[in-house]
Design a protein around this ligand. Structure first.
Ligand code: WQD
Length: 341
């Protein structure tokens, strides 16, 4: 079966995608710099699939290292590119760190793919490229707006770099997958989200509050123009998201793509408010969550959820797992990680 490179393959979405690739029989090689992950994740992948992927510790900013990797692994048929810094707030404080780590590395990988006889490239993008969309649900033809953060800008610029490259490299074809809000963990609780420090994202903050690591969840804003006053997002189970990557890769490897560069929104198509996520946690855990509604968070958009028609009809993929399934898996993972399961 084809050899697939997964950059950032020990990260949250990367590790779940490696599991699904191995379940499909692909040979997987991971590049990860371990800046936001741990080699122990390999044990989790082995526990789930019975196979340990090839792992090479490498910082993709090391151009010579990237060249050496592709010289050694010149039989790579496809790349799923997750490796990037992804903290929105940090990117505002450290823009150059984000432009170097998210853009220069993408260029180095693409330059190596140019040398291969044919290559399929899947890019980890984000619904953040839409900003606050004018129309909901959000389709792939919604206008890309000026990014609200350098992080979001690196996703927009990354998509443009890939499109420009595919236009002139005949044997390179790519798909950008625009994720909505990935949450949850593999049902085995062998792998999951491992935020470093204080979680920025809602669901890990909820589970860390419930397990006792955080005192109280602050709900950022209760006065938005939404039914319950809190922001709405499209929370997608990370396993559904991982499976979408395998489907997208297969589309390119089997030459089913309709152009050499395509984009797909990956979401459930359903919006959930912050309070609905809290209620989901209380429902599935049976625990009361300590939270308080406070002021709005700078940069937050009011509402975003995906129009899933293109992914359903052209990719032949749709989500199967619910918000409760995702929250239940996130809680099971948190309890296991803290030794309380
Ligand atoms: C969701 C909602 C918060 C924490 C970001 C990135 C996006 C993607 C996913 C990388 C918002 C509220 C949160 C908390 C809260 N990341 N919230 N209290 O901001 O939609 O998306 O993460 O690809 O690109 O932009 O996700 O989980 O941070 O917030 O009330 O302690 O939860 O205000 O309404 P977001 P989030």
């Amino acid at each position: 079966m084809d050899k697939i490179l997964v950059t950032g393959g020990l990260g949250f979405i990367g590790s779940h995608t490696v599991v699904e690739l191995q379940n499909e029989g692909y040979e997987v090689v991971i590049i990860d710099d371990l800046s936001n992950s741990s080699e122990k994740v390999l044990d989790g992948i082995l526990a789930i699939t019975g196979k340990t992927p090839i792992f090479e510790k490498l910082d993709l900013k090391d151009k010579a290292g990237v060249e050496a990797f592709f010289t050694k692994h010149n039989d790579v048929k496809g790349v799923i590119h997750f490796a990037a810094s992804k903290a929105v707030g940090e990117s505002v404080q450290e823009p150059l760190l984000y432009y170097e780590n998210n853009i220069a590395t993408l260029v180095y990988v693409l330059k190596e793919l140019k040398k291969l006889s044919s290559a399929s490239f899947i890019f980890s993008s984000s619904c953040t490229v839409y900003g606050q969309a004018d129309e909901l649900p959000i389709t792939e033809s919604a206008p890309v707006k000026k990014a609200e953060s350098p992080y979001g800008n690196t996703k927009q610029i990354g998509e443009e770099i890939i499109q420009d490259t595919c236009n002139v490299v005949p044997d390179l074809k790519a798909i950008a997958l625009r994720y909505f809000n990935p949450i949850g963990a593999h049902e085995s609780a062998e792998i999951g989200e491992l935020p470093i420090g204080v979680p920025q994202n809602l669901v890990p903050f909820i589970t860390q509050t419930a397990i006792g690591l955080r005192d109280q969840l602050s709900v950022f804003g209760g006065d938005y123009p939404t039914p319950d006053g809190t922001c709405i997002r499209d929370y997608i189970h990370v396993v559904d998201l991982a499976k979408a990557h395998v489907v997208a890769l297969g589309r390119l490897l089997q030459n089913k793509n309709q152009s050499n560069y395509e984009t797909f929104n990956l979401g459930t198509g359903k919006g959930s408010s912050v309070l609905e996520v809290v209620q989901s946690f209380e429902r599935v855990s049976g625990e009361k969550l300590n939270y308080k509604i406070v002021g709005r968070r700078e940069g937050d958009i009011i509402s975003a959820y995906a129009d899933t028609n293109k992914a359903n009809n052209e990719l032949g993929w749709k989500t199967k797992l619910s918000l409760d399934d995702a929250i239940r898996s996130a809680w099971k993972w948190e309890q296991k990680v803290r030794g309380k399961s």
